[in-house]
Design a protein around this ligand. Sequence first.
Ligand SMILES: Nc1ncnc2c1ncn2[C@@H]1O[C@H](COP(=O)(O)OP(=O)(O)OP(=O)(O)O)[C@@H](O)[C@H]1O
Ligand SMILES: [Mg+2]
Length: 357
Amino acid sequence: MNHTIVELTGIKVYRNRQLTLNIEQLSVAAGELVAVAGPNGAGKSTLLQVINMLLPYQQGVLKLFGRDISQTGREDARCNSSMMFQETLLVNGTVYDNVALPLNFRNYTQTEIEEQVAAALKNFHCQHLAERQAKQLSGGEVQRVGLARALVYQPKLLLLDEPFAALDTATRTAILGDLKQVAVANRITVLLVSHNFNDVLSFADRVVVLADGRMIQDDCPEVVLRRPVNLEVANLVDMDNILPCQVETDGREAIVRLAGGVAFRQNKPVPVGAAACCLPGDAVYILNRSSALRRQPLVTINGTIAGITPGIGAYKVRVESSSLSLTMRAPREQATGLISGSQVEVAFNPDEVQLIC
Ligand SMILES: Nc1ncnc2c1ncn2[C@@H]1O[C@H](COP(=O)(O)OP(=O)(O)OP(=O)(O)O)[C@@H](O)[C@H]1O
Ligand SMILES: [Mg+2]
């Protein structure tokens, strides 16, 4: 059965008399790994603080583990949830002492403490740090120990407010990989605030995007990445191409006009007031005569290669026509054969376009 672990209905939070969180409905099921994204000041920390019962809400209902926390659910929820912040404060003493702390508070027996601390340290590969003084750890080690401490009493809900943001990419990726493994194995529900879309893609199976305290998109990471609902989300995911356009609707079909007379049809619903096309760079191709892609419904543009930026996985190639500038992502073996200043014909499939207001 799919239990709902977190459920917010009509939640409103005012800070300094400003409405900073306004969530109509958000449900998170047991075991879901949810990323919370959004620009600075969007209300991500506020949302996590409300769910962690650190911050009161002025309207609405918050249910944790199926129980309304304004009624009876508060103590139950406290025992079953844990939160980590960007700064993890470890107390004086050894790593072992720090990880044992939540168990001491909860009156576990000495044997239980030894077993659970050992298991938690092992989960996050820090058994070797057990006897080290907590104040002498590196940033990455602190966050590993912080995770071991957050999960040592086996909570079912983990709230993470950017705890890994200051770590280098390799350390962050490794820690998130370990956390995902532990969360999946133990069916822990995780809400992770992150500004890094690579982390979101590798960790989460759902992304909730906030802006001005409201949820503006709630989807799987790839959809958010490829089909942002508005300009704010498009900027957040660093969309390669956001092209101004005009849309003429004619019954069930729409004609989208880009600069320079480039036009194509869209036969899916178009948002009212659509004014820009989002197009991921890997949806733009260089055409050659034998290209099998020619058989697809394509929009083609002749342009000049204006810049090539190397990257792992794909190179970024900028192609400019007299009126349009397109960024495409090309595999290295193709990109290294391209010459800046040369003429190319590029194409994209109109189905890959996301229209936004
Ligand atoms: N302690 C506070 N008192 C009053 N207003 C606050 C307080 N903390 C945050 N706010 C305001 O609430 C709004 C949401 O802030 P919040 O910290 O939730 O954003 P965020 O999405 O976490 O941003 P960031 O990405 O910068 O961490 C902002 O307008 C902020 O100024
Ligand atoms: Mg924040």
